[in-house]
Design a protein around this ligand. Sequence first.
Ligand code: IMP
Ligand code: MG
Length: 179
Amino acid sequence: MNPDIESVLVTEEEIKIKVKEIGNRISADFSNLNPMFIGILKGSFMFMSDLMRNVDISCSADFMGVSSYGTGTTSTGAVSITKDLQENIENRNVILVEDILDSGMTLNYLINILSVRNPASISTATFLDKPSRRKKPIYADYVGVEIPNVFVVGYGLDYAEKYRNLPYIGILKPEIYAE
Ligand code: IMP
Ligand code: MG
């Protein structure tokens, strides 16, 4: 295990099972709707690729870059777009794919700006959910794992751009971000 990790919160095996469950639900809910998966960069890239491999219906993909955290462990609340969509979402059924739903500021902002582009529907899938931290009344339609109020890394999630490559979700040793 990586020496900066205190403990593993979600193992590789658990991740596989949860992603498959969400993939199956989305395949059932969106058959014949040709959904567009929108991965919110950077954190969602691993979940996005695993999720799409577990969906067996017609669909497409695009990405949006969003920055809300800087290098700290708590949100500033300010969200900025670093990369916009390439595809037109008018009349499309979009599924926003997030690594983690924390305060809800990011998803709230994205839903607001994307609604204006007149999609047929907007759904949300997040691998992790920290409901205790919510500042906006935002709920995801598809949630992998609910977790307590701890700062986690791995499976796409970073601290100061590190640890995204870990194949599991781990709790970072507090001394790493106290330094
Ligand atoms: P929200 O806008 O507060 O819901 O935060 C969403 C974003 O904050 C996520 O997409 C992550 O990039 C980041 N984030 C929130 N909690 C964590 C965490 O525990 N570890 C790493 N990044 C996190
Ligand atoms: Mg991040």
